[in-house]
Design a protein around this ligand. Structure first.
Ligand SMILES: O=C(CO)[C@H](O)[C@H](O)COP(=O)(O)O
Length: 229
């Protein structure tokens, strides 16, 4: 197993300690979550009674493969715990997410949880958000005009592509990756973007996170907000 996978597996094992019998879980997306799902699947095989709501089609497929029972928002509206990855984490636990293109469903799932734990390796910790291009989900129709509006905020916005074609989200929409380099006021930026016609959701996850579990070379650390500031 590579160094990076080893870190992710250790983070996953730590995160699973917060899962209790009977919980309904929000299941995030990404490569760190792969290990969380694998660990969860093993616990389920050993008798752990949980249900999950997946935040992407990929996570749904993996969860099924690992034998994790699933439910949906027509059956439960409140989740006990959500576990999800991140692309950047700042000292105030503000996140950039959406590297895998699942930001809208992730936000719907993560915000519905009573507790939200982020799982990541130490490369995701930053002093200021923005080096990682901010993904935003936009309506396909007229995305070119939405892009112009978004760029008026001072970024370069690139339509995400996959195999030479526009990347299509699980909600059948597009992603613009917005290169701001530095995001000084995440709340202001989020509100400005959300007020633009054509923008569905931003990858800024603000005021949501309770704990961050970080995989480092030698150890796994659990961060509470005040430890980072
Ligand atoms: O936001 C996400 C997908 O939309 C992921 O959580 C984020 O990209 C982190 O993924 P990884 O664990 O592979 O680094």
């Amino acid at each position: 197993m590579g160094n990076s996978s080893n870190k992710k597996r250790k983070v996953a094992q730590k995160a699973i300690e917060y899962v209790k019998d009977g919980m309904v879980l929000g299941l995030g997306s990404g490569s760190t979550m792969y290990w969380v799902l694998e660990e969860l699947g093993q616990r389920v095989q050993s008798g752990l009674n949980i249900q999950g709501i997946p935040s992407s089609v990929k996570t749904q497929k993996l969860a099924k493969e690992f034998g994790i029972p699933l439910t949906d928002f027509s059956h439960v509206q409140e989740l006990d715990l959500a576990i999800d990855g991140a692309d950047e984490i700042d000292p105030e636990f503000r996140l950039i997410k959406g590297g895998g293109g699942s930001l809208l469903r992730e936000k719907i799932v993560d915000v519905a949880a009573n507790k939200f734990i982020v799982v990541a390796d130490d490369t995701k910790l930053v002093n200021q958000l923005g080096s990682y291009p901010l993904p935003i989900e936009v309506v396909r129709f007229g995305w070119e005009t939405t892009k112009d509006r978004v760029e008026s905020l001072g970024c370069k916005a690139l339509l995400r592509e996959e195999n030479g074609e526009p990347f299509v989200t699980n909600n059948h929409q597009y992603i613009l990756d917005c290169h701001f380099n530095q995001i000084e006021k995440p709340h202001t930026l989020h509100n400005q973007l959300k007020s633009m016609v054509g923008v569905i959701e931003t990858g800024l996850f603000l005021d949501m996170v309770d704990l961050v579990i970080v995989g480092r070379e030698q150890e796994v650390t659990v961060l509470e907000k005040e430890e980072l500031i």
